[in-house]
Design a protein around this ligand. Structure first.
Ligand SMILES: Cc1ncc(COP(=O)(O)O)c(C=O)c1O
Length: 454
């Protein structure tokens, strides 16, 4: 790994912040916020800002950077490929060696039956393809009426009009006009939110709702159900062990395809190559991105079965393609990234350090604002609450806590309105875990029931 570079001069850093305010549109940043954290370098689980301050990256950026920052090996892989064949598309009969090598590699790691790969440049693109594949699959089989897609509230699948249309937070729908039609949202299997289940068993409740929904809409009108194995944006919502097996069985009985969105969970995040292994369920279509290259280049891969692939290609071909599908440099980086994950035993580390960090975080539940700690492997959440008895969210949300963690404790992590989402690089150490747990305790012990940090 490279060492972190020194700080940029103060005047230059101030100029960067001013230019940022004048030019960049940041996702999710309100206009009144004038502060910026200007990152300039990174190594391992740390990044550094323009003033030379170091931060612990407890988010792996956005659940992406499995192998950590500053890996020369990945830069080398990109440079070598760029000087040989930087880029070509894979439309029609054109192909390239790297795209084939990576497809062979990931189908070898994936659950049996997922033998075919369609490349994208990210997660939302992958879900667009998955939705198109599902509808086209039924259309080509003579069931054109199957257009409906089932999703869950609190799901996050990206911000395309299809992927955003099946995302279950109101913010992706309000103000944007009509999005994907024929979408139905179901209850998320979120055991902490007991009030959703009327005292019933979580899986029994969700299965009854799923069956009722299918019967109401009509199975002959439903193409697919899409879901994250563990809801990442929802706050590491780990379903009961029997949820996915029972959902998959029910969908199969109605001829409805299962799309598993493994954009966050794939490539080691849960201690397995894919969360499908943990739950023992092989979907019809599996969407991956993020960790495939650890974010060194944007990339993604949609995996599916021979049967779905044969149907959506067929004599007419699969009619939709991205400019960058099968990008050889992204694929070369993906291969080198998987080499690192294998060579350094990062799946095992995700399990071992995940267990350790999980124990440390569980210790935070003595704090009044901590409602629950959840996790699978190195995908974790600390749910915050104003009142542990009612599980009411903090009225001011989690953003002040996230800011305090960054500014006061030097820790970067992601939040949703209810929870701190923790998914560090898979190279995280016990020492990193201790630093994170101590920083969280320091800030959360000063957080009041409104969500303000003293
Ligand atoms: C589960 C899941 N699906 C899809 C996406 C969208 O991926 P992208 O931002 O690469 O389009 C994300 C992004 O966080 C995600 O968490």
């Amino acid at each position: 790994m490279t060492s972190v570079t020194s700080a940029v001069p103060e005047a230059l850093a101030a100029g960067l912040v001013a230019a940022d305010r004048a030019t960049l549109i940041h996702p999710t940043l309100p206009a009144h916020r004038t502060d910026r954290t200007m990152l300039v370098s990174g190594s391992g689980s740390r990044v550094r800002d323009a003033a030379g301050r170091e931060y612990l990256d407890a988010s792996a950026v956005l659940g992406v950077c499995q192998v950590g920052h500053g890996r020369e090996e990945l830069a080398q892989a990109a440079a070598e490929q760029m000087t040989r064949l930087e880029y070509f598309h894979t439309w029609g009969p054109l192909s390239n060696d790297r795209a084939v090598e990576l497809a062979t590699r990931i189908t070898g790691l994936a659950p049996d039956g997922l033998n075919r790969v369609y490349y994208t440049s990210g997660g939302a693109e992958g879900n667009e393809i998955a939705l198109r594949m599902a509808r086209l699959y039924h259309h080509r089989r003579g069931e054109s009426g199957r257009t409906w897609v089932l999703s869950r509230r609190m799901a996050y699948h990206g911000i395309g009009y299809g992927s955003g249309g099946v995302s279950g937070f109101p913010v992706y729908h309000e103000g944007f006009g009509p999005s994907l039609p024929d979408v139905e949202f179901l209850t998320p299997p979120h055991p902490y939110r007991q009030e959703l289940f009327d005292g019933a068993d979580v899986t029994d409740f969700c299965l009854a709702e799923l069956r009722g929904t299918i019967e109401r809409i009509g199975p002959e009108r439903i193409a697919a159900m899409i879901g994250e194995p563990v809801m990442g944006g929802g706050g590491a919502v780990v379903p009961p062990a029997d949820y996915w097996p029972r959902v998959a069985e029910l969908l199969r009985s109605y001829g409805i395809l299962l799309i598993s969105d493994e954009v966050v969970t794939a490539y080691g995040r849960t201690g397995h190559w894919f969360a499908a292994e943990h739950f023992g369920v092989t979907p019809d279509i599996m969407v991956t991105a993020k960790g495939i290259t650890s974010g060194y280049l944007p990339h993604g891969a949609v995996l599916t079965t021979d049967e779905v692939a044969a149907t959506v290609t067929g004599d007419l071909g699969f009619p939709v393609g991205y400019t960058y599908s099968g990008h050889p440099t992204a694929c070369a980086v993906g291969l080198a990234n998987i080499d690192i994950i294998e060579r350094e035993g990062l799946l095992g580390n995700a399990t071992a350090v995940g267990d350790y960090l999980g124990r440390r975080l569980a210790g935070l539940t003595d704090l009044p604002v901590v409602g629950e700690v959840r996790r699978l492997g190195l995908l974790m959440a600390v749910e915050l609450t104003a009142d542990r008895a009612t599980r009411r969210p903090l009225p001011h949300g989690t953003s002040e806590v996230a800011d305090a963690l960054r500014v006061q404790a030097g820790i970067i992590l992601r939040t949703n309105p209810y929870a701190l989402v923790i998914n560090p690089p898979l190279i995280f150490t016990r020492e990193d875990a201790d630093e994170l747990a101590d920083g969280l305790r320091s800030v959360l012990s000063r957080t009041d029931a409104e969500g303000h940090v003293r």
